[in-house]
Write a protein that binds this ligand. Structure first.
Ligand code: ASP
Length: 467
């Protein structure tokens, strides 16, 4: 018999149907056994009535067994209707249950909120944790947000292109994760902190409008809203200025979140300079919502612009505040080229904030070699170091690279805002624990001696035993 989804049962009242799913809960009342069955589309209550041939099987079934159930979809008598529940006016009169796979006793009850359960237990059994209502919702919100952004970008003539994961270090201000090369002893790849350089090279390559759901990997201290791995909606456009990138991003977000039923506090998104934000809020991330708007899930976006391009390091040299590949604002290009008034130079960076989080950021880029060189000169790179670090970009910029700019939106932070979660790990399927251990599987792990040898590595025993 064809499988009917639980969410579709209301269209099958009075019919003998078959459904497949999990036993959410079982309530044994002696003469009768009640179940809640669950599949991806929701929950339905079922009952095994006294004298039923399936009573013995029913008595042996526990929570989270996977079953195929046959029965008749009935309307509940008026007094048993639960209007606040999905399928609260229906009940399945169970005629047969086939156990497709039993389940061990659960390490925690997934029909309740699992957020209070110990983090390492949740991580170890993440595949069970993900069955919970809240995690199912979070993953679906994430999927829908990405889908809607993707659809929007396709409608605007963007091409989705993947860039390499094994690559050379790109500066995003974090430590790199590195991968040893087997074929080239003593050499390492870096995993990308972002696709920044490749997406700019795709502009050189003439794609004009690129996007990617990009994995970014940064070796940073872990925090509630920061993990080693995260994803970005990463895009880049040719022949644009700040306005076009900001307008497109704004329209993409509004198209996605409004279709998902969220309301946005202010449109177009307000814009504020970095200087004014610091004076008014003491930070470049701030929350514009009233307490009432926090309650009802309103989203308050704003753009922060006019950031300083450079800041002083502890050693007294200059470094970039956001992105070394950015263009300064046009009024300050001359200072950049001459290396004058460095602390006053403003960049074309635009940061998107939402409900107190930075939810994205980007800029118009330097697209000629002399401008990019000027940035690296200010940061104290010698001619040789410049060639070594960005020689490939300087070269590409000599082959007709169009003016371009882009942005990247942090997917997790956006989903945290949409779901009201405050921890990054609540919006990733298999997040790491705070200690940097992978979910379910036990990485990082030592390598076998043979693998180390193949990779031309030896481990300093003293460091290894400090674990
Ligand atoms: N690559 C930047 C980042 O990861 C975003 C951008 O400027 O497009 O923050």
């Amino acid at each position: 018999m064809e499988r009917i989804l639980i969410g579709d049962l209301e269209n099958h009242i009075g019919e003998h149907i078959s459904l497949s799913g999990w036993v959410d809960v079982r309530r044994d009342q002696g003469k009768m056994v009640f179940f809640d069955f669950r599949d991806r589309s929701g929950l339905i209550q079922g009952v095994v009535l006294p004298g039923s041939a399936t009573m013995e099987t029913a008595k042996n079934i526990r929570s989270e067994y996977v079953v195929r159930v046959e029965g008749v979809v009935n309307k509940r008598p008026e007094k048993n209707v639960q209007m606040d529940k999905q399928n609260g006016e229906l009940e399945l009169d169970i005629q047969g249950i086939e156990i497709l796979n039993p389940s061990d006793a659960m390490p925690f009850t997934i029909s309740e909120d699992t957020s209070g359960i110990d983090e390492t237990v949740r991580a170890h059994y993440r595949y069970l944790d993900l069955r919970s209502k809240r995690m199912q919702k979070n993953m679906r919100v994430r999927s829908e947000f990405i889908r809607r952004c993707r659809e929007y970008l396709f409608s605007k003539d963007f091409t989705e292109i993947e860039t390499p994961l094994l690559t050379e270090s790109t500066p995003e201000g974090s430590r790199d994760f590195v991968v040893p090369s087997r074929l080239q002893p003593g050499k390492f790849y870096a995993l990308p902190q972002s696709p920044q350089q490749y997406k700019q090279l795709l502009m050189t390559a003439g794609f004009e409008r690129y996007f990617q759901i990009a994995r970014c990997i940064r070796d940073e201290d872990l925090r509630a809203d920061r993990g080693f791995e995260f994803s970005q909606i990463d895009l880049e456009m040719s022949f644009v200025g700040m306005e076009e990138v900001m307008d497109l991003t704004e329209e993409m977000i509004l198209t996605a979140v409004e279709a998902m039923g969220y309301s946005v506090k202010e449109k177009p998104f307000p814009r504020i300079s970095y200087k004014d934000a610091m004076e008014k809020y003491g930070a470049d991330k701030f929350d514009l919502r009233t307490p009432e708007e926090k309650e009802n899930g309103t989203l308050a976006y704003a753009w922060v612009v006019n950031f300083p391009f450079f800041e002083k390091t502890k050693e007294g040299t200059w470094t970039f505040t956001h992105n070394p590949f950015s263009m300064p604002v046009s009024e300050h290009l001359d200072w950049l080229m001459k290396g004058e008034r460095i602390g006053d130079i403003l960049t074309t960076q635009y940061d998107l904030i939402c409900n107190g989080f930075e939810s994205g950021g980007g800029s118009i880029r330097a697209h000629t070699p002399d401008i990019l060189e000027a940035v690296y000169k200010i940061m104290g790179f010698t001619q040789e170091e410049r060639v070594e670090r960005i020689g490939h970009m300087l070269q590409a910029f000599r082959f007709g690279t169009p003016p371009h700019g882009g942005i990247a939106l942090g997917i997790e932070r956006n989903i945290m805002n949409l779901t009201g979660e405050t921890m990054l790990r609540e919006v990733q399927a298999f997040p790491m624990t705070r200690g940097g251990k992978t979910a379910v599987m036990d990485a990082p792990k030592p390598l076998e001696d043979a693998q180390l040898e193949e990779l031309h590595l030896s481990i300093n025993e003293r460091d290894a035993s400090q674990d």
